[in-house]
Ligand binder design. Sequence first.
Ligand code: GDP
Ligand code: ZN
Length: 461
Amino acid sequence: MDFETIAAISTAMGEGAIGIVRLSGDEAIKIADSVYRSPKGKSLADVKSHTIHYGHMVDPATNQMVDEVMVSVMKGPNTFTREDTVEINCHGGLVSVNKVLQLVLNQGAKLAEPGEFTKRAFLNGRIDLSQAEAVMDLIRAKTDKAMNMALGQVEGKLSKLIRALRQEILETLAQVEVNIDYPEYDDVEEMTHRLFKERCEHVKAEIERLLQTSHQGKILREGISTVIIGRPNVGKSSLLNSLVQENKAIVTDIPGTTRDVIEEYVNVRGVPLRLVDTAGIRETEDIVERIGVERSREVLKKADLILLVLNNADDFTEEDVRLFDAVKGMDVIVLINKTDLPRKLDIDKVKDRAGNYPIIMTSLKEEVGVDQLEEAISSLFFEGNLQMGDATYVSNSRHIALLNQAKKAIEDALEGIEAGVPIDLVQIDLTKSWEMLGEIIGDSVHESLIDQLFSQFCLGK
Ligand code: GDP
Ligand code: ZN
């Protein structure tokens, strides 16, 4: 493919001593060479691929030296983008990195858009769409576990599964086609129907299995939305502070927060918690007072996890009961705080209300019980079916939507079969499902269905 040569600073902005300007495209080497001066006068156009060269960046207009650099030259297609790629390692800090970028832009490179290098890797066939999206996720991954999940997708786990499913659909379509073309046996129709049904049911089950992982996938990627509730003075702020202090805060301040709800990320034993409305807890102590009843109901409704705090040294009040009612049916962990003070709370009443919610005794003042709380959080989300490792997780909302559509089309096909609809009509639904799955990996050109069908026929006969 033929693209303009793009350039961008590919290291994080800020402190780093070394900054890298990366170029990709047909002209990458030529452009870099026009601003590069080697001590011995060699040209980057003559060097071997995948080698690194010392020299200086010089502005050809003024002959002024801009920075001392190391330049890596990598020729396509053995590069991430599959295009010729040059990386200029600058030493002079942020200012000179920017100057070098400006130099190559002056020489005809185009400033890359965010994600454009990855996009090219996709367009040049180096990675498929789901892998490209996974690279984006990788950049944004908030915890190690989310990172592993993204890595799994980069390696193409999801793609591999999707490809296998599509192949199965394709073979079914091809087989049905053969049966229609060669109806020399009496029972061909019945055979076709049976085969069709079996295969469809299998594909449907596999899609459902993938979809089941999507909830956990989303949670890992976006964090478990967690809300701390409780009457004034029970210890909500103390709980928030101890969670933030004991665990690495992933994002301490979200810049430019003008929204009503402020969030804070912490990593609790690999579980990314998104603590919602921390401002409400810190500032006015009362989420309802600060953002209003309606708004706080919304916040509660969207929460994945509720930490409901009670006061060990106080009665179990009507207000506490109302809090339990407000979060009915959700994932709740009950904390009985201030266990260092004499008990006034009726524990039996609490147990009655709590049902099967875990109850954790804490004294946040004396730093007791936080470990048990963390244990409860992690087992709530990692016990049972959620095991990291080999499993493939679907976390991207576009993928989830497409999987749902593919599943719907398969269900339509199955219904058609049951209702005795002619097989070539049922095929349309199956083809649709094949296309939806293909969109996940960015490979759904209709012609390729025809091509593949064609090649299968040739093989088959
Ligand atoms: P909030 O109003 O629910 O946010 O409660 P705070 O976290 O602001 O705590 C209210 C008061 O209770 C503060 O003076 C805390 O120091 C105190 N406190 C919090 N946890 C404990 C605890 O476990 N034991 C005791 N004795 N005091 C606590
Ligand atoms: Zn408070």
